[in-house]
Design a protein around this ligand. Structure first.
Ligand code: CP
Length: 383
């Protein structure tokens, strides 16, 4: 016998003409076949050697394939959720998962971003996002500079782009930008060398908020496919709603949006959602009720609804929560208008409310984003 198949399509033993030694041909998934001598003339020994080699090479190959798959997110900016596909979102969530336990340790410090310079540039008020990025950057060992916009040269007439160009000349690694103008982060990302993260641009997008919401949901439900999620309230002015609709639907969840007619965007039918103006109908069978902040600062030139009237119709309390599934969870990106869009007691009820968990997940998500984007930028600079 001059040849023997050990594992169909994977291992073949054979003898060359004029040679008494058994040769091995090992074929691994996604790799060219490797041919080498077993170093023995005895078939039984050759079989053992070939199986051992196959096992070792297969293990290495699996690690290699996993690394390739892991490296699916190659972008150096995070400005729009529309830029992310399902695999990229899942990759960011998986990376963030690693930081959840890290953030519960006594010493919360590593050196993954040691020596890196990160700027927090917030042109709008923020508590959660700004401090969350600051905590994330510092836990990764980076130097974070908070630019106090009220003290910046913008007030002397400098354009935003000039401010960004000035900061860009200091060789930062990441710029985190919150600004009232839609699309501003994207514009800046095209004019600087650093990674740019959109920390909220007007009513447009808030990608890291949607990612942290997705991580919070994933840790409760594991699978998005069977979930029905209600997003309720001021949909029109909410960047959180827009980013969540995109991210959660890409992950497989079904979305109901519920709100007063005048607070539903004109193009709402183009989004992957079912629209309701009635809480009772919209909350039916929902696993999660995500409430939105009424964006008072963006409701200009329009009449603000009366707080009591609005709360009676659209504010979430224990009674309206009964319309959803029995153990449905409540979420809110914060900051909350207690008694306007959400009942204060319900918001603080840790058996139903995931609001504080969302904040904790925010740090993990932002750590993951900072690490991934800077790594991707390093690769871009190398190539
Ligand atoms: N959720 C959110 O963006 O909160 P801040 O406005 O406090 O950053």
């Amino acid at each position: 016998m001059n040849s023997k198949i050990l594992k169909s399509g994977h291992i073949k033993l054979y003898k060359r003409e004029n040679s008494k030694f058994w040769q091995m041909k090992i074929k691994l998934p996604k790799q060219k076949a490797i041919r080498s001598s077993s170093g023995t003339k005895i078939l039984k020994e050759a079989e053992k050697i070939a199986l051992n080699n196959y096992s070792l090479l297969n293990k290495e190959n699996k690690i290699k394939i996993k690394k390739t798959l892991n490296n699916i997110f190659k972008k150096m900016h995070l400005v729009e959720t529309a830029d992310l596909n399902k695999k990229e979102i899942e990759f960011i969530l998986d990376e963030a998962q690693k930081f959840i336990s890290f953030n519960k340790m006594k010493i919360k410090k590593n050196n993954l971003l040691e020596g890196r310079t990160i700027f927090n540039l917030f042109f709008e008020d923020s508590t959660r996002t700004r401090t969350s990025f600051e905590v994330a950057a510092k836990r990764l060992g980076a130097d974070l500079i908070n630019v106090a916009v009220k003290d910046s040269s913008i007030n002397k007439g400098e354009t935003l782009l000039d401010t960004m160009t000035t900061i860009n000349s200091m060789n930062p690694d990441v710029l985190i930008i919150r600004h009232p103008d839609e699309g501003i982060s994207k514009k800046i990302s095209m004019n600087v060398d650093a990674c740019v993260i959109n920390a909220g641009d007007g009513s447009h997008e808030h990608p890291t908020q949607a990612l942290l919401d997705a991580l919070t949901i994933k840790n409760r439900f594991k699978n998005f496919n069977k979930l029905l999620i209600a997003i309720c309230g001021d949909i029109l002015h909410s960047r959180v709603a827009r980013s969540n609709i995109i991210i959660l639907s890409k992950l497989g969840a079904k979305i109901n949006v519920i709100g007063p007619k005048e607070w539903l965007p004109k193009n709402i039918k183009k989004l992957p959602v079912t629209v309701f103006t009635d809480m009772k109908k919209g909350l039916k069978n929902c696993d999660i009720v995500m409430m939105l902040r009424i964006q008072k600062e963006r409701i200009v030139g329009k009449i603000m609804p009366n707080q009591k009237t609005y709360f009676n119709k659209y504010g979430l309390d224990y009674n309206k929560l009964k319309y959803a599934k029995e153990n449905a969870f409540v979420m809110h990106p914060g900051p909350m208008n207690r008694g306007f869009e959400i009942d204060s007691k319900l918001a603080d009820d840790v058996t139903r409310s995931l609001i504080q968990e969302q904040v904790a997940m925010g740090v993990a998500i932002r750590m993951a984003c900072l690490v991934i984007l800077t790594k991707n930028r390093d690769n871009v600079l190398k190539s």
